[in-house]
Design a protein around this ligand. Structure first.
Ligand SMILES: [Zn+2]
Length: 258
């Protein structure tokens, strides 16, 4: 019958007296295995935590990012290399080259801006020549947020001209104009600077742009930091160019951070 075919584990007759002992031994072995493994696990965990304690370092600290660290300022010392910019001569004697003043002011301004936490790039810092298209490309390629091109003015007319002037693109971009206004406010605070106009376009064509204004895709302006043909402006420049640098940096700071 089907019911009688219940499967039964065949245990040899001679083993039956040992059966309870066998079961007890089997249980004992498995208990040892379990606890043993748990014990090994604990030992391993203790080792790992000891290792962790050994290499435990103080929590890393990162400088708190300031708003300035997010902004890249491109300073463009005008002229350089074979191009001296405007020059001042007396007879045969060369008294002054614009490119030297531009670079001197750019390096001082870089220092001031970096103190404030800005990232500063210069189109050139070693008196090398780049044309104005290359300067604009440099600012664009480096994702500058703002460009200031530094120059000195000249005037060959009969009466003396002096003071600071700014140039922005012919369509008078609102942000470029705001930047210049803020820079001029800082120059005004110095108290001894003559402030001229914020001009648009170019000297030759009010509908055209200087390349650093027209070909750049960030806020930009050209600053003409006094006339190289004015003794007064030259004396001021030599005595106070570091203050000019601070004023420019402060104007930039105010432009971004109010
Ligand atoms: Zn120039």
């Amino acid at each position: 019958m089907e019911q009688n075919r219940t499967s039964r584990i065949f245990i040899p007759f001679w083993f039956r007296p040992f059966l309870p002992v066998g079961i007890i031994l089997l249980l004992a072995c498995s208990m040892v295995g379990l606890f043993g493994r748990a014990a090994i696990g604990k030992a391993e965990a203790a080792q790992v935590s000891a290792a962790n304690e050994a290499i435990e370092l103080p929590a890393p600290t990162f400088p708190t990012p300031t708003p300035q660290t997010r902004y890249t300022i491109c300073l463009d010392p005008g002229h350089g290399g074979e191009d001296p910019g405007s020059i001042l001569t007396q007879g045969e004697q060369l008294l002054r080259r614009e490119k030297d003043d531009n670079l001197r002011l750019a390096l001082a301004t870089k220092k001031e801006l970096e103190k404030m936490g800005f990232r500063v790039i210069l189109t050139q810092d070693d008196d090398s020549y780049l044309d104005t298209t290359e300067r604009a490309q440099f600012a664009n390629e480096n994702d500058a947020d703002l460009l200031i091109s530094l120059h000195r003015n000249m005037y060959a007319g009969p009466e003396e001209a002096n003071g600071i002037e700014a140039w922005i693109a012919h369509n008078k971009p609102a942000e470029d104009y705001r930047l210049c206004r803020l820079l001029f406010q800082q120059f005004e605070k110095l108290g001894y600077m003559d402030l001229r106009e914020i001009r648009t376009g170019t000297m030759m064509d009010p509908q055209d742009d200087y390349n650093v204004n027209g070909l750049t895709n960030m806020v930009s302006c050209i600053l003409e930091m006094g006339f190289i043909t004015s003794d007064r402006d030259n004396e001021l420049f030599d005595a106070y160019y570091r203050d000019y640098a601070k004023a420019i940096a402060q104007g930039v700071e105010t432009y971004f951070n109010g």
